[in-house]
Each structure stands twice: as structure tokens, then as C-alpha cells.
Write a protein that binds this ligand. Structure first.
Ligand code: PLP
Length: 457
């Protein structure tokens, strides 16, 4: 209350909500007063403290793959908490559950050439790990000048200094910038619908982007480039699937200049595109993978760097040169996280969850594609269980609407009133349901989305 905001003992007291500086939230008192407080979840539905029920159209943060209340996952967590709540995996000490889980994870990813894991607590710190692995690799093989990482405008790789430096979104640079980024360069967002030239085919557009990458490498000097990082489908940047032939044209260039490829599969690993990995879907062959989110279905913070033979061998061979691998998180390989990750993996494999996603994808994608007939919708795009609706003021020029409140924000607010959680980012509304979404869940999503669009007209 306002009275509580007076000075107490020299300190300005904060109201209940502003006492937490919330992520990606306007910190003003007014904004925080409209916060929605969720208190309970059951399957793909959640409830707020006013008793309102919502269908979660974003699976938490593209992450709660199994929905809430999965008894098997809860049971695994409970059993591990009782058995061994915590021990680390530093200094050649380990736990049975960390060993069991990481072995299973390597097996699960072995068709991708993965031979090792490095455990983290989420996606950002796994991306930091992958950059350090790339730098370590180049030092190990005697090319320490290779430090630059090439990322893409519009990318989201997380919020640690390393991950946010590689991310190419204004919202996470504004307020801190200009960031000192001597080791990061960005190339274009691969968005054909918005950036393709008149008459240019998707393949030609991909070739143009590949040339842009090669030109940058030559300008910088290949001997200075450590790695290229990309998401299979850009997520937070507005669900942007690659144009045809994109990765097939990018990869030979990386190979030509011997540049490591880090594939950020934080959203796409474990089935979101209807395959085990996004790299299965697009036939990509990176050297390092970043995974998190569905890895634990968000029942616990968990992430990992997945390491292929090329990098793993270099690290092993240099064991005596650098001594210990000087990197590790207190909670990397946490026993409870590993028990949860293992049970999630069991469920995913037993149910072939990616096949369910593949089966339901046409219903999801094609039904919502019809929204392109709406006068304010420029493009509906996506792959698997990732979809974006982009708003424009003019379909021909694709100009965004210059309204003070973007229509994507209005739609997201309407959805919330209609009991559907979605995400708006700029001119885009994003949907990424749980991987267990049934036909009935999709019908509910479509009707709530339609009701929300209707209140627009
Ligand atoms: N990479 C991608 C592609 C992501 O979408 C995210 C989070 O949304 C991250 C990395 C960061 O993961 P975390 O929030 O677990 O640090």
C-alpha cells in the first residue's frame, strides 16, 4: 500500500510485489500491481489465486513438456530427495544418479555423435559452458587466437553475460549497453518472409545469408573465429524457422574454415519439432549442443552441454597440459535434477513423445495458418509445437502497426481474459504448448484464441 512505501529506518520499503525485481517485467509499481499470481497446476492447466483457470499455451516457458502433476516425475524427485538430497560432482567425486543419468543422456544423443555431457542448471549456463568448451578446444589444439563467436540478430541464448552477449535481441542489451563485445559478431536473422528480396527464392535467400557469413569470416580472419551459434528454429526472436537450405549452406562454410558449430537446442531438444532433436529435424551436424527446458520438463532447473567426439577428444588429450577442467556449477548434476531428468527421458522414450508431436503438428499448424486471412495478421509460421502469429499494419509492406499498445500485446491480454496463456513479443504472439497436448486441448486452444481474436474486431 502507499503508506508502506514511506521511508522506514532510512530504507525505502517495497510493496509485496516490487520486493522482487522480476525478470523481463516493467518494474513500476503500477505494472507489478497487475501481476497474475499462479498457485496450482494440473496437466496443461493452471489456476491463479482468484480461482481463474488457464490453458497453458506456452508450456511455462516452452519447457513444461509433460504438464504439471506427473506422478512418475514427482515420485522420482521424492525418492531421490529421501535417498540423497545433494552431493556435487566436483574433484572426481560423483553420485550414482548423476552417473546413471548422464550415461543415459549420452545414449539418447549418441546418434547425433554425442559422447559426453557437461551438466548445468539451465540453458544460459549451458551456453556459457559451450563457449568455454570452444575456447578450451582451440587452446588445446594450438590455435588460441580463435575466440570470436558468430551469432545471429534475433537470437536468444540466455541472459548470463556470455549468453546475452551472443543473443541478438535489443530488449536484453538495452539498459546495459553498449555492451563491450569484442568477441561476438552477429549476422542476419534468417527470416525469408520479412527479409527476402522481391523475386528471390528461399534457396537464393539462404545462399545470400551463407555468403554474408563467409564475408564476415574473411573480414575478421578465419584464424580468429572459434564458433558459430544458432537455434534450429529461433524461439524468443519470434519463432523463425530457417529458410529452405539454410543450414545445408551454412555448414560447408563452417567446415571450410574449421569453425565449431554450437547448436542451441534449449527449446527444440526432446521432441518439440516432432523428432528427438531439432538437429534430427533439419539434419544439422554441430560439434556442441545446448539442451535444457524439456530435459526436466521444468520440474527442476536442469541443462547440459552435449559434446561430440572432436571436442571431447581434444579435452581428454590435453588433460596434462591444463590440469583440471576448470569449470563447474554447484548445482550442475544435482541429484534431484538428474533423477527428474532420467524419469522424463524414460517417459519420453516409452511414449515416443516426438511421434505424438509429429502426429498433432498438422492440426496445430494448419488450423492456425488460417488466421493469415485476418486483416492484421501478416504471417503465421512455425514448426512442430512452436508457432508465431505476426501482426502488421499493411500486408503488402509488412509494416508493423504503429499503435501505442502492439496488437500482439492486446491479443495476449484478451487470451488471458479468455483463460489462455500465450506470449507476446513485439508484434508477435507465440504459442508452444506442452508436448502432451491432446486433440481436446488443441480444440480448447483454438476456441479461446478465436474468442480473443473476435474481441479485436
Ligand atoms: N537458449 C534458448 C534457445 C532459449 O530459448 C533459452 C530460454 O528461453 C535459453 C537459451 C536460456 O535458458 P535459461 O533461461 O534456462 O537460462
Amino acid at each position: 500500500c502507499a503508506a508502506c512505501l514511506g521511508r522506514r529506518g532510512g530504507l525505502r520499503a517495497y510493496s509485496a510485489l516490487t520486493s522482487n525485481l522480476a525478470p523481463f517485467t516493467n518494474p513500476s509499481e503500477k505494472e507489478r500491481n497487475s501481476a497474475v499470481t499462479l498457485v496450482r497446476g494440473e496437466g496443461v492447466h493452471v489456476w491463479d489465486d482468484q480461482g481463474n483457470k488457464y490453458l497453458d499455451g506456452l508450456a511455462g516457458l516452452w519447457s513444461n513438456a509433460l504438464g504439471n502433476g506427473n506422478e512418475r516425475v514427482i515420485g522420482a524427485a521424492h525418492a531421490q530427495l529421501k535417498k540423497l538430497a545433494y552431493q556435487h560432482t566436483f574433484w572426481n567425486r560423483t553420485t550414482d544418479i548423476a552417473e546413471e543419468y548422464t550415461r543415459r543422456l549420452v545414449d539418447f544423443a549418441s546418434h547425433r555423435g554425442v559422447v559426453q555431457t557437461f551438466m548445468s542448471c539451465g540453458g544460459s549456463d549451458a551456453n556459457d559452458t559451450n563457449v568455454k568448451l570452444a575456447w578450451y578446444y582451440w587452446n588445446a589444439v594450438g590455435q588460441p587466437s580463435r575466440k570470436t563467436v558468430i551469432a545471429r540478430h534475433g537470437a536468444y541464448h540466455g541472459v548470463t553475460i556470455t549468453a546475452s552477449s551472443m543473443s541478438g535481441l535489443d530488449s536484453i542489451h538495452k539498459g546495459y549497453g553498449p555492451l563491450p563485445l569484442p568477441w561476438v559478431r552477429h549476422v542476419s536473422t534468417p527470416h525469408y518472409w520479412r527479409n527476402g528480396l522481391p523475386g528471390e527464392t528461399e534457396e537464393e535467400y539462404s545462399s545470400r545469408l551463407a555468403k554474408e557469413l563467409e564475408d564476415l569470416i574473411l573480414r575478421e580472419g578465419p584464424e580468429t573465429i572459434a564458433a558459430f551459434i544458432a537455434e534450429p528454429v529461433m524461439g524468443a526472436g519470434g519463432v523463425i524457422p530457417p529458410p529452405k537450405g539454410y543450414f545445408q549452406k551454412i555448414q560447408p562454410i563452417l567446415q571450410k574454415y574449421d569453425i565449431l558449430f554450437i547448436l542451441d537446442e534449449v527449446i527444440t531438444a526432446f521432441g518439440r519439432l516432432g523428432e528427438r532433436f531439432g538437429s534430427d529435424f533439419f539434419d544439422i551436424q554441430p560439434d556442441l549442443y545446448t539442451v535444457a527446458k524439456a530435459m526436466s520438463s521444468s520440474y527442476y532447473p536442469l541443462g547440459a552441454a552435449l559434446i561430440t567426439e572432436r571436442v571431447a577428444d581434444a579435452i581428454k588429450d590435453q588433460a596434462n597440459k591444463f590440469g583440471v577442467f576448470g569449470h563447474g556449477y554447484t548445482y550442475g548434476g544435482h541429484p534431484v535434477a538428474c533423477a527428474i531428468g532420467l524419469e522424463c527421458l524414460n517417459i519420453y522414450e516409452e511414449t515416443s513423445i516426438w511421434d505424438h508431436v509429429k502426429l498433432m503438428t498438422p492440426t496445430f499448424q494448419l488450423t492456425l495458418k488460417q488466421l493469415e486471412t485476418h486483416p492484421l495478421v501478416g504471417e503465421v509460421r512455425g514448426e512442430g509445437f512452436m508457432l508465431a502469429i505476426e501482426f502488421v499494419s499493411d500486408k503488402a509492406t509488412k509494416a508493423p502497426l504503429g499503435t501505442s499498445v502492439p496488437p500482439a500485446t492486446i491479443l495476449a491480454n484478451e487470451c488471458m481474459k479468455n483463460g489462455l496463456l500465450v506470449r507476446s513479443t513485439g508484434n508477435v504472439v507465440v504459442l508452444a504448448p506442452s508436448l502432451v497436448f491432446t486433440m481436446e486441448n488443441f480444440q480448447e486452444l483454438f476456441s479461446k484464441l478465436k474468442a480473443s481474436f473476435d474481441s479485436f474486431d
